[in-house]
Each structure stands twice: as C-alpha cells, then as structure tokens.
Design a protein around this ligand. Structure first.
Ligand SMILES: [Zn+2]
Ligand SMILES: [Zn+2]
Length: 175
C-alpha cells in the first residue's frame, strides 16, 4: 500500500511503533532519521519538506522525544498575499506519556504508536513568525488597484507621485 496521496505523503509516516521501547529499560534509546518530501501533516498544514533526527528514549513516565527538524511549509505573505515556502528549524522535546492518561497532551497509544505529526504541527504553528513576508524586498500590493507590484508596476504610479517631485518636474518643464 502506498503512502502517497496526490503527491503528498500521508502523516502516517510520522507514526512510529515504539512497542519494543515500552518493553525496554529506562534509558533505552533509538534514533530516527527523516528526509521526506511533501507531507500532509494535518488538514490545515502541508509540509514541503521535512528533514532531521528525532531520538526516542524510554523513561519511567513514557517516551521522551527529542530532536532537531528542518521543515518547509507554505504560508501567505502579509504584503502580497501570495503563498510562499517558509523554512523553519524546530527543536523538539516532548514527553509522550505511557500508559496514556486523558490529561496528557501527548501520549503513546495503547497500540504502542507514537505520533509525531501533532507535535510537529504544534511546533510549526508556534515557530511561524507573525507577519511573514515572502522576501525582504517584497513590494506588496498597490493600495489603489490591488495589483501585486512584484509582477510589475500598475497604472496608478503616475498619480501617486510625491507632490514635491511634481513641482520640480513642472519647474523643469518651464525652463
Ligand atoms: Zn510578498
Ligand atoms: Zn495600482
């Protein structure tokens, strides 16, 4: 069975069965390396890339997930409103409680599955800066006609010329 769905990997690839860790002594550790293309992390979040390592360590309260992930995701530029790919470096450190308790935000399921997707999603949301712009020199939209000025000037620029410059221009033509 393929994990590919419309060119996107399902977030099932981030579900790890840690049954063997649950039966191991505290301190037992296992490292996982990810190098994934587009992943549908959740209904509202698609990653364009996911790379890095996560280490899972058994402790007396469950399984500790620690790692460093570099992800790309699509977000909207606040200036030009176009989607662009933003890159984030995520430091992961979270306890997955086992046995699962209702009050634990992250837990290892009774089946032994540990799902990294909700944790990565939460980190992406926290780490995404407010007011992201696609690039420092983004020209944004024309406030008058709404054209994306990155794609070229619109016809509004003549009218918007600084009045002081307009006077200089008039003086020059009077010479
Ligand atoms: Zn922009
Ligand atoms: Zn315009």
């Amino acid at each position: 069975m393929s994990n590919l769905n419309n060119g996107f990997l399902s977030n099932r690839v981030l579900k790890i069965n840690v049954g063997f860790l649950l039966h191991s002594d505290p301190g037992t550790t296992r490292e996982y390396t990810f190098d994934l293309p587009k992943v549908r992390l959740a209904q509202d979040l698609t990653l364009t890339s996911l790379q890095g390592q996560v280490r899972l360590t058994r402790n007396t309260r469950g399984v500790l997930a620690q790692g460093h992930l570099a992800v790309g995701h699509l977000t909207e530029c606040v200036r030009c409103l176009e989607q662009f790919e933003q890159h984030l470096d995520l430091d992961i450190e979270e306890l997955y409680v086992y046995p699962p308790t209702p009050d634990a935000e992250f837990h290892v399921a009774e089946s032994g599955n540990l799902d990294l997707a909700p944790l990565i999603r939460a980190e992406v949301i926290v780490q995404t800066p407010m007011g992201s712009i696609c690039r420092p020199e983004c020209r944004g939209l024309c406030p008058q006609c709404g054209q994306n000025l990155n794609e070229g000037p619109c016809g509004c620029e003549e009218d918007a010329i600084d009045p002081r410059l307009a006077i200089l221009r008039d003086l020059r033509t009077n010479d």
